[in-house]
Design a protein around this ligand. Structure first.
Ligand code: GCW
Length: 676
């Protein structure tokens, strides 16, 4: 139970620790404030070194003259040791780590940076890596947040690991001790903000009692440099404020929000800001009063501005009652349709938070065209750690490769290099702010996400937000060593399973860009291809007896391809240049359409489902080969999940194949599908 709970912060002993006998036996904390991140860094180093190397180190507040692990901010370091060369390279939250000299030096641009440097050091020695190093590390983007979709009643929307750690019965949870451990996990991978309540927000979060409760929660995160944020219900002035309107331009509404904001900052002086889902899926918003989404966002931006806060405003705005009868309708167009006219109208402390694809966390999507559309607006990318459409946490899907593909995608804005990662970092369009939001949804289950292997996704999210140039497999292997073992067999097996897992899941749940063919109406779990069509949600496949796919071309379809910059638009406009894995995302074709692979669409469906499900079977044997190399409890728990996945993959395979066979009546060349 312990190891699953501690995840990658086990601080387990490493074999080669003898190499590090010269490690200083004291830590010197420079100018540490009580409960600040530098103090935390000291405690963390003490605990980590004790676990990893079995060595006790003392913590001092002043330099002793003997070799030491020196931890502090650049400012504090300079006062004692004078200038150091690397200072000029440090950016916000960045750090300098040197293990080359007599002392080990960990200097942060700010306190948070010092803590990140300490975690970097611990990640190294925790993997038995004692090679001397001296380097500066800066985050790729300033915003690296987690989002939690926790409800005040203690349930978690799209959470698959138990009940809320934050709330119960309408107010903050009475026992907050696990939040400290969650804060550690987040800080250890560079996450610096957390929004703790569902974007489908409950206005009663803003009751005086709950505002106080937020203060306690913020206190548990602050020592780890993780700032608190909250989701707002746009109609709060009416729901709990006693006003008869929530019009964002009404002076009464403006002053109501400004008062509430002051009360929030009195309780949480370093509140990071607000997250707002407006006019989406039934949530209230400014459109009710014929105000723009920018009017809505700026209302909050102005309220938090004097306190230094920011507003994350979600781009996930669409009409979920569009008519499937109109072949020009397309939910994928919604974000650009709504936000393009507003570019430049958002205040500078607003960040538009964009899901990675135009629809909704599907197994395969092109990047959202909104990334290359907004030039005068701050943007962040929204990723999902919780596996809403991806098998909840019952199926192994390592998402590092999916995120990497999106982040490295070059949208060619103005025919210039325009990778998504450089747009969200704020660099490409020269914006003041930008970054990452990851929907995590940890819960009360001991291992946080309900599955031990799923924790690689939380780890990879933090690592990629810090440095999207990292390779997902390298990130994964660091995680394996820290979480399980440095045994080469353990590394090989978990690497093989994890690196195959996304393509495998794509193979048995949603081929060629058709989306994840799951039940989209309620559970988002299990095969249900019929549920996609003939409803207002707009996640359509347009499958009929002869043809399948969404025609998103400009010449004949919804025009969505035209929302991309010209180079990308023309690629998606033409079947010949559209990659097979997005063919049905952009084109409506016969089942007999021949792919670049030489197969027909329907035969690809049949084959991919057999291949994917077959590989899922091998995960069981692979995992079983680790018996005795992983502690019994985690071994059994992962085995249970893999056996389940193997079975469910067969259910997926047969349901989807049978469905398209029934619809198309085209036989499987290998004679596996159909009625024989
Ligand atoms: O796809 C939908 C999910 C909702 C979620 C929404 C969103 C929090 O089904 O559960 O609401 O996305 O991201 O706002």
């Amino acid at each position: 139970a312990e190891d699953g709970y501690r995840a990658w912060l086990r601080y387990a002993p490493v074999a080669s620790s003898g190499n590090y006998s010269s490690l200083p036996s004291s830590i010197v904390l420079l100018n540490a404030t009580r409960n600040g991140p530098v103090s935390t860094a000291g405690r963390e180093l003490q605990q980590g070194i004790r676990g990893i190397l079995g060595k006790r180190v003392d913590i001092n507040e002043t330099a002793t003259g003997s070799p030491a692990i020196i931890v502090g901010t650049a400012e504090a370091y300079k006062l004692v040791y004078g200038d150091f060369e690397e200072e000029g390279e440090l950016e916000e939250d960045g750090y300098y780590l040197s293990t080359e000299g007599r002392d080990i030096v960990i200097v942060g641009q700010n306190q948070r940076g010092a803590l990140y440097g300490a975690f970097d050091f611990l990640r190294r020695i925790g993997q038995g890596n004692f090679a001397p190093t001296s380097h500066v590390s800066n985050p790729h983007a300033p915003i690296r947040w987690s989002n939690e979709w926790d409800n005040l009643d203690g349930t978690i929307e799209r959470g698959y690991a138990g009940t809320s750690l934050f709330f119960q019965d309408g107010h903050r949870a009475t026992n907050l001790f696990r939040l400290t451990d969650y804060a550690r996990l987040l800080a250890s991978v560079g996450i610096n903000g957390i929004v703790i309540n569902n974007v489908n927000a409950n206005a009663s979060l803003l009751s005086p009692e709950n505002i106080q409760g937020l203060g306690s929660i913020a206190n548990t995160f602050r020592p780890y440099g993780v700032r608190l944020g909250i989701s707002l219900n746009f109609a709060s002035p009416q729901i709990i404020g006693g006003l008869n309107t929530f019009d964002p331009l009404d002076p009464k509404v403006i002053s109501w929000w400004s008062n509430i904001t002051d009360a929030l900052y009195a309780s949480v002086p370093d509140l990071a800001g607000y997250l707002v889902k407006a006019n989406s899926e039934g949530q209230p918003g400014p459109l009710t009063y014929n105000r723009t989404l920018a009017d809505g966002a700026n209302l909050f931006a102005k309220a938090v501005k004097p306190h230094g806060g920011i507003v994350m405003f979600r781009a996930f705005v669409y009409d979920h009652h569009i008519s499937p009868d109109n072949w020009k309708n397309d939910r994928a167009n919604a974000a650009v349709d709504f936000f393009k006219p507003l570019d430049g109208k958002f205040d500078d402390n607003v960040v538009v938070q964009i899901k990675y694809g135009p629809i909704d966390f599907q197994v395969r999507e092109p990047p959202s065209p909104l990334f290359s559309t907004l030039r005068k607006t701050n943007v962040a990318i929204e990723l999902q750690i919780t596996q809403e459409y991806l098998g909840h946490q019952d199926h192994l899907v390592y998402l590092g490769p999916l995120w990497k593909e999106i982040l490295e995608y070059d949208l060619r804005a103005d025919d210039r290099p325009s990778k998504v990662k450089d747009i969200v970092s704020s660099e490409r369009f020269g914006r003041p702010l930008g970054g990452f939001a990851g929907v995590v949804n940890v819960g009360s289950e001991n291992n946080w996400l309900g599955s031990h292997l799923a924790m690689s996704n939380l780890y990879a999210y933090g690592m990629l937000a810090w440095n999207p140039s990292l390779e997902p497999q390298d990130i994964l292997q660091d995680w394996i060593r820290l979480t399980f073992s440095s045994d080469p067999k353990v590394i090989d097996v978990i690497t093989e399973m994890s690196m195959k897992s996304w393509p495998v899941y794509e193979n048995y749940t949603g081929n060629l860009g058709i989306q994840t063919l799951t039940d989209i109406l309620y559970t988002h779990y299990g095969p249900n291809p019929a549920s996609q069509d003939n409803n207002g949600w707009g996640q359509w496949t347009r499958a009929n007896k002869h043809t399948i796919g969404m025609d998103r071309t400009v010449k004949n379809g919804t025009g969505n391809a035209g929302q991309y910059p010209p180079q990308i638009a023309s690629q998606f406009e033409n079947i010949e240049t559209t990659p097979d894995n997005l063919l049905l995302w952009f084109h409506h074709v016969p089942y007999t359409q021949v792919l670049k692979s030489g197969k027909t669409v329907i035969q690809h469906f049949y084959d991919a489902h057999y291949e994917g499900a077959a590989v899922a079977q091998t995960f069981v044997k692979l995992w079983e080969s680790l018996k005795g190399k992983v502690d019994k409890e985690r071994y059994e728990e992962v085995l249970f999940k893999q056996v389940y996945q193997a079975g469910h993959a067969l259910v997926w395979r047969d349901s989807i194949n049978q469905f398209y066979y029934n619809l198309s009546e085209i036989p499987d060349q290998a004679k596996r599908v159909g009625n024989h």
